[in-house]
Structure formats: structure tokens, C-alpha cells
Design a binder for this molecule. Structure first.
Ligand code: GLC
Length: 804
């Protein structure tokens, strides 16, 4: 079943049926002011932090309420409805609506009883407040009088938990007043008697507002209970039913901002207005509202700006292939998902409330990879930040606080860090993610100066980027397990697999092996002969160890516990086949061709399903070892044999590196949201963004997906597709092109910005192969092999690549 379609031209997903199987949301704003809005206008807003800066309330895990509601009432018939289908929820045979989720804006259109409404929600570029720009048109042939009411439900406290549960406090600090064109909410207003700069209990007065521009306020309400009325809900607020609000604020209990205006429309006539909300001092709020006096013009300009900013970001990499699903994901939705995950980390969605008050090290370093080909400068800033969260012993801080202060942080070796973050120890993989990320950044940009840039460590000391990477190698070398592979420490990528401090993970060993290959490139660049030798020796030793210890006939095992148990061997009753060690054996370059073929074949046979490959098989149930935390999850769920979508990206990459284009693309398609647009009732999640996992075949809900938007899937699948399938493989000195595609593709095109040049690449495949290079022309000149040295690039570079 489908609920909408992709509008390629406008880069919008258009929802034509509002009764979607789950709230389908969009992100607005920036880290200064974030807003999440669903296709039924549910959602919340926050300044800086989802947990500590919550401005508009949203009840998690409930009915996608409340939200940014606009009610319309016909004052003759007294019938009312909302500009989004919910919360009033008119019969869909009479109420028609469309929701357009675009890049950082959402537009909702509704037609009901001859009235057309269009509301555009957005946060203007660089601003920290939100706009609900409404246009109402009378499409009937009689004059209409319509009451328009905007409703914003403020939290009583910026800390979302205090707002939700500490009612004996949070309900007695809030009040609202009316200021002509706005409701002003004050929190801790009783402290306004204090002198400038004085605080009580770290608290002072602060202000939120909900205002109206473009029309005159005819009535208002600042008290949620008065607005809704006893035993009423958002679907039938008494203020809306009555057609006029009570003109009263609140003093204690629950604040809200509700503003009504009455408009009269001749047949064919339209009126435009803007509701505005934010956390601002009252004088600033007044200025903001005044800025929208001519809201039609102001909003049009702002939206244009927003769209061109985002479309500009996406324009750095665009493709045209025979697959519309692939194109829409790579050109728009996966790319936009990468940006959102990059910006919001795991902080705020309808699943994450913002309580994780920092950046997970591995998550963030991986997220960066998804935007390197689109916005390398943005990536660079975050890489610097993450390097500054590396401890001087080379390990990464498991959680990097939003208040991170390089050079002055505590580490997992300090009780204070553990207490504050809840992370008891280092994890084995954190700093190892830096290698592919930093390498990809330098290869994309050619910014070699960065290698020598000095960056502080998290706790003390500083070093060049090269030194940081060397210390990451030291960290693993200084933490080896019983056999001499990197120790398991607290966990590896799989949070639910505790091999023990001295256990050993094959995945980490492979990452470490790969890290050495990458660092050799840096060492060669630095002409650091001694270090090259060191790496060569250590890598050879490690490679031998992995081969001896981890290869098990047709697969790589998952690792060893500190008691010496082997995890993931062929004969285990449960979890005897794992996905990640197979894909990473290929990505790391360790697997021989035979091993790669066998292991990937086993993945295909044992783990693949129509929605992607499951993380391992069979699920843990009665034979879990001590550290197999995944057993707490129902079989087929999350790390317990769910389709953990992030791992799908590595599988795509691994198959593509082997030249298995058919398989690589198949793995993309199985789990691609856009490819499931017609099966939305199964997937349930938005068909335009990734989720953390899909329920595996051991679940009765096989195919249902969860944890939308903020997931490492965005970046790994992006890398799998761009580097793997499309074969864009920059290195320090140029660009290697090595597509790995379905045989039936005859031709595809890539438009890519690269090191200040614009590349237009046409790949032709008349012989219908999956991989390979027959001929390569750059600006008409034939080059040997599939490699373009940087010197061959010109401002506009025409590249013709013949696979066959
Ligand atoms: C979640 C975590 C991530 C971890 C993954 C697998 O996505 O955010 O850090 O690697 O689960 O356990």
C-alpha cells in the first residue's frame, strides 16, 4: 500500500493519504533551533538541546500529539477542521490533504468544504524561531467567515523530563500574558524582582512567545485547560468549538499559546498570515513578529533561501541511473538523512528525546562519512571536534559531551567521567573509525595541510592529525587480548556483545588491520620510513593471527570471550553465522578472494532476506553466552538477528569491492526506504528515511522497521552506494572509478564536485557487465586503467568511462 510519492523535481516526498501507519516526519531548523514535524503536524521544538531546551511539548510513544495545530472554523455552519488532517480528523471522504516534506520545510495542503488551506512550516535559515505560514483561499462561490486559530503547547520547563514528570515543581513556575499580537510565556516570572545578573538556585526568568503576523488577533488564550475545556481533546477544543477564545492567560499549571483571527473571504479570495514561535525575550519577539508584517513576501523570500541552501548542498553530488529508487535516495533522501543524522546525532527524534547529552564517538565519526562528498567543510569541522575528543592515550571518549572542552576533559579512567556520562570504560572500536573518515576527507579534498594540523587531545596535550592517528594505533596495541588481537574492552560496534575486557572481536581486529593500511598512506606521504616498517610488521603479524584464529571453513567467526569461548563458529547452536566479520574481512582487505567469495556466499544463503541481511543467525534464545546482551531482545529484533540496517551499507560496499554489482545493488534495494514505497503498511516507517533496524524473519512482524532518521545507516549505505556501487573512490592523488552495478544498466551519469572542479561522468556499459573498466577518457584524452590523477582535472571535466 502506498501513501505518497517522490517529487524528484522539487525534492519533496508528497503524502497523499494522511492516515500513515506511523507519524512520518521531517526535520526543520538547525542546532540553534530544532523542530520536528509529522505529516499530521505532531512534533516538538527545542533550542540547542532536545532534552534541556524543549519549547513545544510532544508526548512520546502516544498519539502523535500535540503539535503545531491550526484550526479553521466556518462561522456560519460552526463546522471546524484543522489545516493538517489531525487533530480534528475529518472523514477522509470529505477532507482532502497533501503533506509535502521538503528539505527543511514542510507544506500541508487541505481542502474541506470549499476552503483551501496551505501551511508551510519552517525555521528561517540562520534563525532560532519557527514560522507557520498559512494561506487560506475561498474556493466556494459564497462569501465565508472563517475563524483561524493557531495553537502551540509550551512546555512548563525547558527540561523535558521536569516538564513531564516533576509536576509539583514545573506546574507552578509558568504564566502567560497577552501582548497584542502574541502570547508571552514566562517561566520563573516571580524572579523578575531580582537585580540584573542575580539568580536563585541557578534560575532566572525566561520567555517564550507565540505570535501572529499578517492578521489581527481577535481572541487569545494562554492556558491549556481553558483552551481545550474539560473532557475535550485536541480534536475538539472548546475554544475552537465556540469560535472565540477566552482571552485569559495562565498562572500555574499548563501554559499554551492560542491565537484566533477572524477573516472574511469573497469567492476566490485568499489571505495569508504567519504564526511564529520561539524562545525569545519579549522585545525580540515583538521585532520578529513585526518582520512578518508583509508575511506573503517575507515568507516567500525565506523559503526560497532555505530551498536554495539545501538544494545547493545536495547539488555537489547528483546521479542519473536507470533506477528511480536509487536516484531519489542518493540525490535527495539518503543525502538529506545523512545531513540530519550528522547534525542531530542521536539527540532528537520521535524515538530519541534528547537525553543522550552528547555525541557517541563511533556514531559521530561514522556519520561524518555520509556528508564528506557533499559538504567537506562541514565534515572537517566535525572531524576536528572528534579528534579533540580523543584521549592522549589514543582512545576515543565513548560519549563526547555537548559542552566538550578539549584539553580539559575527564576520561573513562576517571570516576567523574563515568558518573557523569554513564560510560564505564573505553570501547574497542571508537578511535578506529577515525581512519576511514579522515582518509576519505583528505582524499575527497586534497587538503594535505590537515595532516599536520595540531589539535588538542581531550584531556591534555596536543598533536598533529598524523600523531592523533598514530596514537589510535597505540591505543589498540596497548590493549591486546589473550591471543594478541585487539581486546574487546567494553564493547565493539555491537553494543550488545560484551566479549569482556580481554576478549577479542574479529570486527575490531579487521578494523585495526584496515587502519594500518590507511595509516601507511599517511606515513608514505610523510616519508616516515621507520613508521611504515613498523606498520608493515605489525600488520603482517595481525593478518596472520586473524587468518589462523578467525577463519572457520566458510566464514569468519565473531570473536573470543575473555574466558576463551569462540563466538560465531559453524557448530554453535545459535549465532553461528555473523554478518559484520564477513563484510569487514573484505572491506579491510584481509580476506583472500576465495574467502571473500565463500563468506559472502554464506551471507547470501544464511542471512539474506527480502528486506536485507540479518545481523546473525540463528537468534540467541537458549544458548546465549554471558556477554550476549542481545538475548534480551525478542528474536529477529535489533542486534538479536534483526536486519540492523547500518550493516547493510557495509555489505553493499563489500560486494561492490568484489565487483559483484548485482548483489551489491540487490542489497541496496532490499532495505532502501524508497523501494518499499508500495509496501508502507509493512515497513511502516517513512519511505524516505532509514531506520535503525527492520524486524528479521524470526519476528512475526518481518519487514517492519524502527527508529527513524537518526541512524548510522544513513552514512554507511551512502558510502556503500557512492564508493561501492557508483565506484567513486578518491585517494590522496586523484580519483579511481570502479562501478559495480547491475548488468542490465546500460548507462549512468554522475555530476560531482571534486577538489574545486566539476566532473561530469558518463559510464557506459554496452556489454552489460557488473564491474570492470575497458576505456577511460578524460576531456577526450584516453587514460590507462581506471584512475584519474588530479593533474588531469579541469574546471569542467568531461569523463567517459566504458565498463565494457
Ligand atoms: C546503535 C548505537 C551504535 C551501535 C549500534 C549497534 O545504533 O547507536 O553505537 O554501534 O547500535 O549496536
Amino acid at each position: 500500500m502506498r501513501y505518497g510519492y517522490f517529487d524528484e523535481e522539487k525534492k519533496e516526498y508528497v503524502i497523499t493519504r494522511p492516515d500513515t501507519p506511523a507519524p512520518w516526519v521531517n526535520y526543520l531548523g538547525s542546532p540553534e533551533y530544532g523542530a520536528i514535524v509529522s505529516n499530521n503536524a505532531g512534533g516538538y521544538s527545542f533550542a540547542k538541546s532536545g532534552a534541556n531546551g524543549r519549547i513545544l511539548r510532544y508526548i512520546f510513544n502516544q498519539f502523535d500529539q500535540p503539535g503545531r495545530y491550526i484550526y479553521l472554523r466556518d462561522n456560519d455552519t460552526k463546522d471546524y477542521w484543522s489545516a493538517s488532517w489531525q487533530p480534528v480528523g475529518k472523514d477522509l471522504s470529505e477532507y482532502k490533504s497533501e503533506c509535502h516534506h521538503g528539505t527543511a520545510y514542510t507544506k500541508m495542503m487541505a481542502d474541506y468544504s470549499g476552503i483551501h488551506s496551505e501551511v508551510r512550516y519552517y525555521v528561517p535559515l540562520g534563525q532560532s524561531y519557527e514560522v507557520w505560514n498559512l494561506k487560506v483561499t475561498n474556493c466556494s462561490d459564497r462569501k465565508r467567515e472563517i475563524s483561524v486559530t493557531g495553537y502551540a503547547e509550551f512546555t512548563n520547563n525547558s527540561n523535558y523530563e521536569q516538564d513531564q514528570v516533576n509536576l509539583q515543581y514545573s506546574q507552578y513556575i509558568t504564566r502567560t500574558v497577552f501582548c497584542g499580537d502574541r502570547v508571552r510565556q514566562m517561566i520563573h516570572a516571580n524572579l523578575d524582582g531580582l537585580k540584573d545578573g542575580e539568580e536563585v538556585d541557578n534560575k532566572n526568568v525566561f520567555n517564550r512567545f507565540f505570535g501572529l503576523a499578517g492578521e489581527k488577533v481577535s481572541s487569545w488564550c494562554g492556558d491549556r485547560e481553558k483552551f481545550l475545556g474539560r473532557y475535550h481533546g485536541y480534536n475538539n477544543p472548546s475554544g475552537v468549538e465556540a469560535g472565540v477564545l477566552c482571552n485569559e492567560g495562565n498562572y500555574n499549571e499548563n501554559s499554551c499559546g492560542a491565537l484566533s483571527t477572524v477573516i472574511t473571504l469573497e469567492p476566490g479570495e485568499s489571505r495569508e498570515m504567519a504564526f511564529l514561535a520561539g524562545m525569545k525575550e519579549d522585545n525580540e519577539a515583538a521585532e520578529i513578529i513585526a518582520h512578518y508584517a508583509d508575511c506573503e513576501k517575507t515568507c516567500a523570500v525565506e523559503l526560497e533561501e532555505l530551498i536554495s541552501y539545501w538544494h545547493g548542498q545536495l547539488a555537489h553530488f547528483q546521479i542519473r541511473t536507470p533506477s528511480p529508487e536509487f536516484d531519489t535516495m542518493i540525490n535527495t533522501w539518503n543525502a538529506y538523512n545523512c545531513f540530519m543524522t550528522f547534525i542531530w546525532s542521536r539527540a532528537a527524534s520521535f524515538t530519541y528525546c534528547g537525553l543522550r547529552n552528547g555525541y557517541g564517538y563511533r556514531d559521530t565519526v561514522q556519520d561524518i562519512q555520509g556528508v564528506i562528498h557533499l559538504a567537506p567543510q562541514m565534515a572537517l569541522d566535525k572531524i576536528r571536534f572528534m579528534l579533540s575528543a580523543q584521549v592522549d592515550n589514543g582512545g576515543g571518549l565513548p560519549l563526547v559531551k555537548f559542552t566538550h572542552n578539549p584539553g580539559h576533559e575527564d576520561t573513562p579512567d576517571d570516576a567523574s567521567y563515568v558518573q557523569e556520562t554513564g560510560h564505564p570504560a573505553y570501547r574497542a572500536d571508537d578511535a578506529l573509525w577515525l581512519f576511514p573518515t579522515v582518509y576519505k576527507y583528505i582524499s575527497e579534498t586534497g587538503n594535505f595541510a590537515f595532516i599536520d594540523e595540531v589539535i588538542p587531545f581531550a584531556n591534555k596535550d596536543e598533536g598533529t592529525v598524523y600523531e592523533h592517528l598514530k596514537r589510535a594505533i597505540d591505543f589498540s596495541m596497548n590493549h591486546l587480548g589473550r591471543h594478541g588481537m585487539p581486546a574487546g574492552l567494553y564493547a565493539d560496534w555491537n553494543d550488545c556483545l560484551r566479549l569482556g575486557k580481554d576478549g577479542e572481536s574479529t570486527f575490531v581486529a579487521l578494523q585495526f588491520y584496515y587502519a594500518m593500511t590507511i595509516l601507511k598512506e599517511f606515513a608514505k606521504y610523510k616519508k616516515d620510513e621507520k613508521y611504515i616498517k613498523y606498520l608493515e610488521e605489525k600488520q603482517e603479524q595481525l593478518g596472520k593471527l586473524i587468518q589462523e584464529l578467525c577463519w572457520n571453513e566458510d566464514r569468519f567467526i565473531r570473536g573470543f570471550t575473555e574466558r576463551g569461548e569462540v563466538i560465531g563458529k559453524r557448530t554453535d547452536p545459535e549465532a553461528n553465522m555473523w554478518l559484520n566479520p564477513q563484510s569487514w574481512a573484505v572491506i579491510s582487505g584481509l580476506a583472500t578472494e576465495r574467502q571473500a567469495d565463500l563468506a559472502l556466499q554464506m551471507v547470501y544463503e544464511r542471512l539474506n532476506t527480502e528486506y536485507g541481511a540479518i545481523l546473525m543467525d540463528p537468534p540467541y534464545h537458549a544458548n546465549a553466552f554471558d556477554g550476549a546482551l542481545a538475548v534480551i531482545y525478542n528474536a529477529g529484533t535489533k542486534e538479536n538477528a534483526g536486519i540492523f540496517s547500518q550493516s547493510q551499507g557495509w555489505l553493499i560496499l563489500a560486494e561492490a569491492l568484489c565487483g559483484h554489482g548485482e548483489r551489491a545493488f540487490n542489497y541496496f534495494l532490499e532495505n532502501a526506504p524508497a523501494a518499499q514505497n508500495d509496501r508502507a503498511e509493512i515497513r511502516q516507517l517513512e519511505p524516505y528515511c532509514y531506520g535503525q533496524f527492520t524486524e528479521g524473519k524470526a519476528s512475526p512482524n518481518f519487514g517492519r522497521s524502527h527508529v527513524h532518521w537518526l541512524t548510522g545507516t544513513a552514512s554507511t549505505v551512502m558510502v556503500g552506494c557512492v564508493e561501492g556501487i557508483l565506484g567513486m573512490r578518491p585517494d590522496f592523488y586523484g580519483l579511481r572509478i570502479a562501478p559495480s552495478i547491475p548488468k542490465e544498466w546500460e548507462k549512468f551519469e554522475i555530476s560531482k564536485d571534486f577538489r574545486g572542479c566539476h566532473l561530469h561522468i558518463t559510464v557506459k556499459n554496452p556489454g552489460h557487465v557488473e564491474a570492470g573498466c575497458k576505456k577511460l577518457y578524460v576531456n577526450g584524452e584516453e587514460l590507462p586503467g581506471n584512475y584519474i590523477p588530479q593533474e588531469k582535472l579541469t574546471g569542467e571535466t568531461e569523463i567517459e568511462f566504458y565498463m565494457s
